[in-house]
Each structure stands twice: as C-alpha cells, then as structure tokens.
Design a binder for this molecule. Structure first.
Ligand SMILES: [Zn+2]
Length: 196
C-alpha cells in the first residue's frame, strides 16, 4: 500500500512552514463528543495534474478523481505543485472499488468530494474529508443520487461493506451520498514515526 505507483511518500512534519500551515500534519482536532483525533501526518507527493490523472489508486479510480481542488482551497494547495494527499487515500480507493463491485456500476465522486485539506473552506472541524477517508458520491451508473430513494438504496449497499463504513443518513436537499471509513491514517513502512 505504501508504494502507490509513481508516488513518493513524505513526512508532513518535515515540510516547510507554509505547507504545514495548510496541511496541519498530525494536528489535534477536538471533536464535539470530547475525543481528540490527530490529522494525517504522512502524505503522497503529487508532482503534477498530469500525474494525478494517470495514477490509478484502484482499478477504476484515478488519483485526480479523489483530489480535486478549487477556488475554495487554500491558495498554496491550489496553485503550486507538488500537491499532498494523505496516504490513506489508497485505502479510500479500495473501499470505493468494493462499493463499485457491490453496486454493479461505475461510481462518480463529486468535485471536492474526496480529499480536502484542513484549510479547505468546505470542511467543518470533524470532516473526514481531511483524512482522505471520505467520498461524496453523486452518481452510480445512470442514477443521480439526488433523491431519498436513490441515496437510501446506495447507502444500504455501502453499509453492507462493513461496520467501519459510515454513511450519512439522508437529509432533505442532499445531492450526494457521503461515505467514509472514519479516522484512518496510514504510515508508509519506509517512513520513521519518531517525531523530528
Ligand atoms: Zn462528505
């Protein structure tokens, strides 16, 4: 898992100040229920958009599909390469692949519906998108997930993958299915976990 093709893994704590300010590697996030979780520390370095479009993180998912960046992103993350994505992105991709198999149709992730850095303006404090373990799915095959019946149908399929999969219950006005695998981080085996 640590050797996604063409991707170099790095320790976010060794990035420069500017990148650490955007990515907040290892930063503690207090959740409303009183527990504290640490943001991802280890990232893959994405050298260019071309690379993101070429790299398959699972059989049917390109890295670029899970790593879209828009004007709500922090300027540094928007304009400069390399970009950084938590290593757990490869695990998210495996779950999306499983979901695709169970759904029996192609799965489409919304723009900004994969990894979002902690500096992205769409994130709330507890957003699993900051861990790269969440995906917003807006379409499965020819079905758009913009009504209760469609969202509930595919929510059941996502839930059937395993207890670790969380699916946000339908709320009025939803236009996607949010699915995540919780607070999961991945340490590439070649990287040192002792803090610098
Ligand atoms: Zn979401």
């Amino acid at each position: 898992m640590s050797d996604a093709p063409g991707l170099r893994a790095i320790d976010g704590l060794q990035l420069d100040d500017e990148h650490r300010a955007v990515l907040k590697p290892g930063a503690e996030v207090p959740f409303a229920d009183g527990v504290v979780h640490s943001l991802p520390r280890f990232f893959y370095e994405v050298p260019s958009w071309q690379a993101a479009h070429e790299i398959e993180v699972a059989a049917h998912f390109k890295l670029s599909e899970l790593l879209m960046v828009d004007c709500r992103e922090a300027p540094l993350q928007l304009r400069q390469f390399p970009h950084h994505v938590p290593c757990a992105i490869v695990l998210l991709a495996r779950y999306l692949e499983l979901f695709r198999i169970k759904a029996g149709a192609p799965v489409f992730v919304a723009a900004n519906g994969g990894y979002r850095s902690p500096s992205h303006r769409l994130n709330h404090r507890e957003s699993m998108h900051q861990w790269a373990t969440a995906a917003n799915i807006y379409r499965v095959g020819d079905t758009y997930l913009d009504d209760e019946a469609a969202i509930q149908k595919y929510a059941r399929i996502a839930n059937s993958i395993g207890d670790e999969v969380f699916v946000r219950p339908y709320a009025q006005g939803d236009d996607h299915l949010h699915m995540d695998i919780g607070v999961v981080t991945l340490t590439p085996r070649e990287l040192n976990e002792v803090k610098p």
